[in-house]
Design a protein around this ligand. Structure first.
Ligand code: NDP
Length: 485
């Protein structure tokens, strides 16, 4: 039973739902069956204008509130999210196709963590004093103003919270555009924030495809753009933001390495490789999709991996027992199946029998490729589906060099019992996050983001504050002015 998930209106602007019948219809599908579960409309120029104008009007008063009061509203919103956890998890499952077993623990709960964390530290955001002899200076951390958030479809509600929570804690207003494929969660966030006491206009949601995002990014009122998306979109959005010298945070894609040394706890490494390739049906930016396994343990690794993978329960995302659901769209399924065919063509070998998947919905079975070499397409390009590439290596130096043989730099993992090696590898791999003997944990306390093509800026942790504020320096002259003329 899906029930009625049609939102009150397509957009949320100036503290209330807003519809404009002139916008093109965008059907929302449940990826588990392909059924249409709701329809929203793309934002028209009038809706975009209303959202930006509301944000511009609301921001100064919001910034002037005591930070502890801003924080209290975010904390209240987090409490509402926790109270409605089950309904929100269900909605996220319907919007994304990810199984309830994931959306109950990962998506909104992580969003609530962000609201609690940034709500909690709002009142601690301050500057420094700088002694200059008689004179002195101090710095203020001031909000940027009107900001834009643009989200991907894999963690739509988490992404909306990860952007809104620090932005609002710092005194900014935001216009958020979710992915056209997953428009429902952000509307809930806007309604919940309003219920928690957020003044109208501080957080607005407008729906639409890339074109709507483009209009937001290039509007002269916008001071900052935070995008979660692919590298090609990142390039376009970064360039558009540059025209107005806007601040940016770019959370983009990856092709992250996971190094398994022969002294590793092999069962833990197999679990991490599965988690880092098959969770959310592989639609996770930080996935460790290039699994480098030291040659001596390769066969044992593959054997355990194949056995555990064949036992994954794939099926209806609304069934509590399901561990893996479909991909978000038919286009994404076809893209991933194209990579599976390409991998075979280029000589990679599929390990084990592919598990059965339901016929309705946009499912792809988990695929383990062995015998992968660095030059193969599947080892170079981000697939964003449940496709794991296993590569062999002999020495640490070789593994590190090959792990770094990519233009991406989002994350990486290392499994070893050798403490010194773990930290050596952590320092040598060029990535924003490195996990030692675990994988894909992204608690809100820890900065997250990419290097090189994987992005600029950081979300989460205190580091995020630097990306939602700017420093204003105030010089205080205590004596006369010593002018040379
Ligand atoms: P896309 O890059 O296709 O889209 C991201 C968002 O940008 C969507 O809302 C999209 O709208 C919008 N958009 C597209 N073109 C423009 C434009 N010219 N101007 C402004 N906005 C635009 O990414 P996906 O949604 O396909 O998400 C998957 C990608 O996201 C993967 O590469 C993944 O690695 C990355 N990702 C990165 C994360 C990180 O934190 N580093 C986390 C999660 C995902 P629409 O789609 O509606 O057209």
């Amino acid at each position: 039973m899906i029930g009625n998930v049609q939102p009150a209106a397509s957009h949320f602007v100036d503290g209330r739902p807003l519809e404009d019948a002139g916008g093109t219809e965008m059907p929302v599908h449940f990826p588990g069956t392909g059924a249409v579960i709701a329809t929203v409309r793309e934002a028209t120029g009038a809706v975009i204008e209303a959202a930006l104008a509301a944000a511009e009007r609301a921001q100064p008063a919001w910034a002037a509130l005591k930070p502890v009061e801003r924080g209290r509203i975010l904390l209240r919103a987090a409490a509402i999210i926790r109270d409605r956890a089950e309904a929100l998890a269900r909605l996220e499952t319907l919007d994304t196709g990810k199984p309830l077993s994931e959306t109950r623990v990962a998506d909104w709960p992580s969003g609530a963590d962000a609201l609690e964390y940034f709500g909690g530290i709002a009142a601690t955001i301050g500057g420094e004093t700088i002694p200059l002899g008689e004179d002195w200076a101090y710095t203020l951390r001031v909000p940027l103003g009107v900001t834009v958030g643009i989200g991907a479809w894999n963690y739509p509600s988490q992404v909306a919270c990860w952007k809104a929570a620090p932005a609002l804690a710092c005194g900014n207003a935001m216009v958020f555009k979710p992915s056209e494929l997953t428009p429902l969660g952000a509307l809930q966030l806007a309604a919940i924030l309003t219920e928690a006491g957020l003044p109208p206009g501080v957080f607005n949601v407008v729906q639409g495809r890339g074109g709507v995002g483009e209009r937001l990014v290039t509007d002269p009122r916008v001071a900052k753009v935070s995008l979660t998306g692919s590298v090609p979109t990142g390039r376009r959005v970064y360039a558009a933001a540059a025209e107005g010298i806007r601040h940016v945070t770019m959370e983009l894609g990856g092709k992250s390495p996971l190094l398994v040394f022969e002294d590793a706890d092999l069962d833990a490494a197999v679990g991490a490789a599965m988690l880092g390739n098959f969770y959310s049906a592989g639609q996770v930016c930080s996935n460790g999709t290039r699994v480098f396994v030291q040659r001596r343990v390769r066969e044992a690794f593959l054997e355990r991996l194949a056995a555990r993978t064949s036992a994954i329960r794939i099926g209806d995302p609304l069934d509590e027992a399901t561990q893996m659901g479909p991909l978000v769209s038919p286009a994404q399924r076809d893209k991933v199946l194209g990579y599976v065919a390409k991998g075979q063509e280029e000589g990679a070998r599929i390990v084990g029998a592919l598990p059965e998947v339901p016929e309705s919905g946009w499912f792809v079975p988990p695929v383990i490729f062995a015998g992968v070499t660095d030059g193969m397409t599947v080892a170079r390009e981000e697939i964003f589906g449940p496709v794991m590439c296993v590569l062999d290596f002999d020495t640490e130096a070789e593994a590190v060099a090959r792990a770094n043989g990519t233009d991406y730099g989002l994350s990486a993992g290392v499994f070893t019992r050798d403490l010194a090696r773990a930290h050596r590898v952590a320092r040598a791999i060029r990535a924003g996050t490195l996990w030692i003997n675990t994988y894909n944990l992204t608690p809100v306390e820890v900065p997250f983001g990419g290097s090189r093509l994987s992005g600029v800026g950081r979300e989460n942790g205190r580091a995020a504050i630097e990306h939602w504020t700017e420093v204003r320096s105030v010089y205080v002259g205590m004596g006369g002015v010593d002018a040379p003329f």
